[in-house]
Design a protein around this ligand. Structure first.
Ligand SMILES: [Zn+2]
Length: 295
């Protein structure tokens, strides 16, 4: 019976194939269970290798730190060198500061007499103009109108001298360089006063009264002319230089304090680093004893 043989053969083949599959499966199970053990062992070994590598890195860092800390105990070291440099910088800055003295010029600047400066003409705006009378000398100023800016002009008008000059106010027999300086000083001072008068007019207040003597007051320190607020531009510049040096001094002293603090910190850390290094080396020895090599 062909069909029966065929059926039997198919059944046999099927059973053999199933058995084969089972056998494969059981083989897979066996090999997979031993692979896990293997992998686990590998993981532990790998972790230890990485740990050893980290410990060796830490050992070398600590050795470097220990060397630095040891140096901090030497009589001369990088910190004492830097402190010495900074001490010299402090001395230099202090000497520079001492050296800033107003040099009294041998030529003394004149102070003019108390001729009052009067306002003889004043128009507040569009365009503003103002005329000052100093004795018989009249000097007129007018606002310069910048047509491009009109409509949104919010600053005070800029005054230009349009007539008169200070030549007739100059004292006779004056040294030419001082005379030139005085001429410039008076032109500048009068223009500032004209602006002041205009500002007071706009604010509805009285301008301060002013004389030529007020405009040529001398600085007690350097003999130069003071400005109308009683300040000496020359001495103000020297003062500014002193303040710059003071700022430098603060910075240098701060850095010196920081270096000293760092030096002390290094010295304090020495025993701590020693202990950490010992612990690290002990850990390394333990791993090495187990045959671990760094990753
Ligand atoms: Zn001065």
């Amino acid at each position: 019976m062909t069909w029966l043989r065929n059926w039997l053969n198919r059944a046999k083949e099927q059973s053999e194939s199933e058995a084969g599959q089972n056998s494969e499966r059981s083989q897979q199970q066996t090999s997979s269970s031993s692979g896990e053990e293997h992998r686990e062992g590998f993981h532990i070994r790998d972790a230890e290798r990485r740990q050893l590598r980290r410990l060796l890195k830490r050992e070398s860092d600590l050795e470097y730190d220990l060397e630095r800390a040891r140096e901090a105990f030497q009589e001369e070291n990088q910190w004492t060198d830097r402190i010495e440099q900074l001490n010299q910088a402090v001395e230099q800055a202090m000497a520079d500061r001492e050296a800033i003295e107003p040099d009294r010029e041998p030529v003394s600047r004149p102070q003019l007499d108390a001729t009052p400066i009067q306002v003889v003409e004043l128009k507040e705006s569009e365009p503003a103009n103002i005329t000052l009378a100093i004795g018989s000398v009249w000097i007129a100023y007018a606002e310069e109108i910048d047509w491009a800016e009109r409509g949104h002009q919010i600053t005070m008008p800029e005054l230009n001298r349009v007539s008169g000059d200070v030549d007739d106010l100059m004292p006779a027999h004056e040294d030419e360089s001082i005379a030139q300086e005085l001429r410039e000083h008076l032109r500048h001072s009068l223009a500032i006063y004209a602006n002041q008068v205009l500002e007071h007019e706009a604010a509805g207040t009285e301008p301060p009264s002013m004389t030529l003597a007020d405009m040529t007051q001398k600085c007690p320190d350097c003999g130069g002319w003071l400005d109308q607020k009683g300040r000496c531009p020359h001495c103000a510049e020297l003062n500014w230089k002193r303040q710059e040096i003071d700022a430098d001094l603060r910075r240098i002293r701060k850095e010196r304090d920081d270096v000293i603090a760092d030096l002390e910190r290094q010295q304090e850390r020495y025993p701590v680093i020693q202990r950490q290094l010992k612990e690290t080396r002990d850990d390394i020895a333990k791993l090495r004893a187990k045959g671990v090599e760094p990753a």
